[in-house]
Design a binder for this molecule. Structure first.
Ligand SMILES: Cc1cc2nc3c(=O)[nH]c(=O)nc-3n(C[C@H](O)[C@H](O)[C@H](O)COP(=O)(O)OP(=O)(O)OC[C@H]3O[C@@H](n4cnc5c(N)ncnc54)[C@H](O)[C@@H]3O)c2cc1C
Length: 338
């Protein structure tokens, strides 16, 4: 019997009733159809899930299909179709090595290509919604293939139609439209611009940008590292809240404010936590707040899923008591409620 703690970066989670690893598209579909009406849980790298200690009473399908098809045109760039089971960062590194731009600021994000559109992964000012052309899925409701164009993916900040459809669509492959070239997308993130000693809006070599992002991520424990328990997390546990303008005005002047196109204002979940008394490095039972990044809840070595959940509740309550803002969880909770 597979213990899900062995398949998640938080290293918690009980047994799966049934566990299959599927390496081809027909195998993925056969495994889904074989499960019938019983619950299924699709996983890739397990880097964005918190699974209950009681495990999963259904079939866990771990997608490991590998494939890459490329059409390259000197004028329009490259259209690349990648299997869901490919490792995201290996794909990014490979694209940069081959001279394709657009993914560089998302270097070092753990997990699979197939999970990337689910929460529209992003980092250092860019998101995959900027480079996704289409996403091909298996529609579990209709038992049929379905391809989503970029606009049909309904991408938004850390969300998409896939995330909102509660597992209806299983991503089989993702097609990216990338530009051929040495220069990065414009740098829109102050910390990255400062590190590279350039102004916001400037571009640098994609190879240089990747190196910088990896250094910054390592300093925050945001690269998976067997030896660094600060990285035994699911990344940021909460998403940055987006507030109505009048609610944002009530925040102290030192709170970060990022105006959104719709007039609302995004603020920093990390700032809210730190200013509500949540401290880097604090721990409760086996769960802790990373000593490098307040937004990452970590397994200090012996945590249960309940320990992680309890710590998340404390952090969320601290922010709610201080600022009246209820933080929303980024991580997919399996068999658990906050
Ligand atoms: C150290 C660390 C740093 C991180 N930094 C970032 C960051 O900077 N930016 C960011 O956006 N995220 C970040 N994350 C979160 C995580 O890396 C991403 O969400 C990643 O896309 C998850 O990929 P995965 O394959 O591990 O997904 P899993 O954890 O295996 O699954 C996540 C969710 O997607 C679903 N899913 C997985 N594969 C498929 C599929 N093929 N079809 C349908 N549903 C699927 C699962 O059912 C689950 O709901 C970080 C995580 C860690 C541990």
């Amino acid at each position: 019997m597979a213990d899900l703690r062995d398949y998640t970066s938080l290293r918690v989670g009980g047994p799966a009733k049934k566990f299959v690893e599927v390496g081809t598209e027909p195998e993925i579909i056969a495994a889904i159809e074989a499960a019938g009406d019983s619950p299924i849980l699709i996983i890739g790298g397990g880097t964005n899930i918190l699974v209950a200690d009681s495990g999963f009473e259904g079939t866990v399908i771990r997608i490991v299909n590998h494939s890459l098809q490329a059409e390259v045109d000197a004028c329009s760039g490259a259209t690349l179709t990648i299997g869901a089971g490919e490792n995201w960062d290996e794909f990014v590194a490979f694209m940069i090595e081959k001279g394709f731009a657009g993914l560089e600021s998302m270097s070092g994000i753990p997990g699979s290509v197939g999970a990337a559109p689910i929460q529209n992964i992003g980092a250092y000012g860019h998101e995959i919604s900027e480079v996704v052309a289409r996403v091909r899925c298996w529609d579990r409701k209709e038992s049929a293939y379905k391809t989503f164009s970029n606009s049909e993916c309904e991408f938004s900040y850390r969300s998409s139609i896939f995330k909102r459809s509660n597992g209806r669509y299983v991503v089989l492959e993702v097609t990216f439209q990338l530009r051929q070239g040495e220069m990065s997308l414009p740098i829109t993130y102050s910390e990255l611009a400062n590190y590279l000693n350039v102004k916001l809006g400037e571009r640098v070599l994609i190879t240089e940008l990747r190196k910088a992002v990896l250094v910054l991520r390592a300093a925050k424990g945001m690269l998976l590292d067997e030896k660094d328990s600060n990285s035994w997390s699911a990344g940021s546990f909460f998403i940055n809240p987006i507030l109505d303008a009048k609610d944002a005005e009530k925040l102290p002047s030192s709170a970060p404010r990022w105006p959104q196109e719709d007039g609302r204002v995004k603020t920093s979940a990390a700032w809210l936590m730190e200013n509500s008394g949540v401290k880097k490095g604090e721990s409760h039972n086996g769960a802790g707040i990373s000593s490098k990044h307040v937004l990452a809840l970590v397994n200090t070595g012996s945590a249960s899923a309940d320990d992680i959940l309890e710590l998340a509740r404390r952090a969320r309550k601290a922010v709610e008591d201080k600022f009246g803002i209820l933080l929303e969880v980024e991580v997919a909770l399996v068999g658990l409620n906050l």
